[in-house]
Design a protein around this ligand. Structure first.
Ligand code: NAP
Length: 476
């Protein structure tokens, strides 16, 4: 499949192309243009026109376009899912799940288009002020640059583009170079659904070229970014005066309290599913598990037994549970980190081997020292570490022992412990009796510490993507 950039509704090609490979076997999926600064400049000119057009649309018209887009994607779910599997390497079950979520995210954004609210300002509540009335409104920012990662290219792009359009902004999308084809399809659907073509632009290419030019553009009023902490920091240091939403990485922790013996099997299965979904390449994958010492040995038996039942292989097959990681470099790094933990005294109790260039066995590593990369950093691969703790206090300390703070989980029947955990753990979201991987698309979602700035979820993204304009009438 030959990809193209989409600027003012026109297909734009470049001489130089970037190849996209199927992570499972390295076969060629397609190509995309290597867009550069001049292409971003064209997209910015288009988005200026697009903004003038979209801001004249009524809220109801924007709602209708988003509803139409959701219906089109829903009808073409299989086609979207197959492309997701080829670009990302996620299993076809996971891809169908992502398409369903994308439809939901667009639908939620459509509904939010109807309730972007302001409020009356009581001007006469200041001393000596009379005969003044007014209010504030939420107005769109203008051009929003949306930079998205490889792991959920469809739904995470929807989390940026759909609220931006719902609020009346125009967008320029720079998708991950690995997974751009599905994003081009999404943009085409949005235009087919009725948005002005100039309001929905896609520039493909490398992050350091096309992405960087978008970040530096003075006409772009906001960068909404999902990706790694490293890239997020670079973007904020280069973009200058504009708004930023940063959805960054994590190494999510979960604590299993001493009273959970009756349902340890069920918890172990949930934890394994949360750690191995999309081969661990989810920003809220369960990476670090802290189990009360009374339950440690049984938990290890349960998680190992379940993890060994997972079928690893070709993501196109219906019965595959876990597919490959995105590329060989990622697999090399993950294997190095496993080896490093081993050399520091950790023990592999399940998996730990590489099956092919990009397939790694679901891996459980225990007693991992704090200085190991598997503990400190985001592994973004199918590896779960499990350590023993002796109290709720130690569980909380260890979950907090991370530069990240996206989501965390606790399993307990003890109300006080649940409350203490939710109060003291520094994260954007706390899941009680659930794994940190749990997310629904309408909830406020985002992190603290190095996990980011701002919240997504259409209602919350719209707050970030609008600004307040105050209007005051003198009636004397
Ligand atoms: P990444 O390497 O940071 O890339 C993300 C996007 O940024 C890509 O489109 C990339 O383009 C672009 N980019 C790279 N350098 C850039 C630059 N200098 N200027 C502008 N754009 C630039 O992340 P990834 O590997 O795709 O995704 C994995 C990361 O995303 C993980 O850390 C994960 O935790 C995080 N994530 C967070 C959330 C969340 O909601 N918090 C959700 C999903 C993923 P290229 O692909 O062309 O380099």
């Amino acid at each position: 499949m030959k990809g193209y950039m989409l600027i003012a509704g026109k297909k734009v090609y470049t001489q130089e192309e970037i190849k996209i490979f199927f992570p499972y076997d390295g076969s060629l999926v397609g190509t995309i243009p290597r867009g550069k600064e001049e292409d971003v400049n064209l997209a910015v000119e288009s988005a200026k026109v697009g903004f003038e057009k979209i801001k004249k649309m009524t809220a109801y018209e924007r709602y209708q376009c988003l509803q139409r887009a959701a219906r089109i994607i829903s009808k073409r779910a299989n086609e979207f899912a197959q492309l997701l599997t080829l670009e990302v390497g996620k299993t076809i079950k996971e891809s169908m799940g992502e398409v369903g979520r994308a439809v939901n995210t667009i639908t939620l954004s459509a509904e939010e288009a109807k309730r972007i609210l302001g409020e009356e300002v009581p001007f006469d509540a200041a001393p000596g002020i009379k005969n003044k009335v007014g209010f504030y409104r939420r107005v769109p920012l203008g051009i929003i640059g949306c930079i998205t990662p490889f792991n959920f290219p469809l739904n995470l792009t929807c989390h940026k583009v759909a609220p931006a359009l719902a609020a009346g902004n125009s967008v320029i999308i720079k998708p991950s170079e690995n997974t751009s084809l599905v994003v081009i399809k999404l943009a085409e659907v949005l235009i087919e659904a009725g948005f002005p073509p100039e309001a929905v632009n896609v520039v493909t290419g490398y992050g350091e070229e096309a992405g960087d030019a978008l970040v530096r553009s003075k006409d772009v009023r906001m960068i909404t970014f999902t990706g790694s902490v490293e890239t997020g920091k670079i973007i904020m240091s280069r973009g200058g005066l504009k708004k930023y939403a940063m959805e960054l990485g994590s190494n999510a922790g979960v604590y299993i309290d001493e009273d959970q013996d009756c349902r340890l099997k069920e918890i172990a299965e949930k934890v394994a599913r949360g750690g191995f979904a999309l081969a661990g390449q989810v920003c809220i994958s369960v990476q670090r598990v802290f189990v009360h010492e009374k339950l440690f040995d049984t938990f290890i038996e349960e998680i190992t037994a379940f993890s060994k039942t997972l079928k690893v292989g070709d993501p196109r097959k219906d019965d595959t549970d876990m597919g490959p990681v995105i590329d060989e470099n990622a697999a090399d790094r993950i294997m190095e980190w496993i080896e490093e933990a081993k050399s520091l005294g950790a023990e592999i109790v399940c998996g730990g081997k590489r099956i092919s260039n990009t397939l790694i066995e679901p891996t459980v590593v225990i007693n991992v020292p704090e200085k190991a990369k598997l503990f400190k950093k985001e592994v973004f691969g199918p590896v779960i570490i499990v350590n023993k703790v002796s109290s709720i206090e130690e569980g909380i300390n260890q979950v907090n022992n991370s530069p990240y703070g996206l989501q965390a989980g606790i399993f307990t029947n003890n109300l006080k412990n649940a409350f203490k955990f939710s109060e003291e753990v520094e994260c954007g979201g706390i899941m009680v009796n659930e794994i940190p991987t749990f997310r629904v698309d309408q909830m406020p979602y985002g992190g603290v510490k190095e996990s980011g700035i701002g919240r997504e979820g259409p209602h919350f993204a719209i707050e970030e993507m609008t600004e307040i304009k105050t209007i005051c009438f003198d009636l004397t």
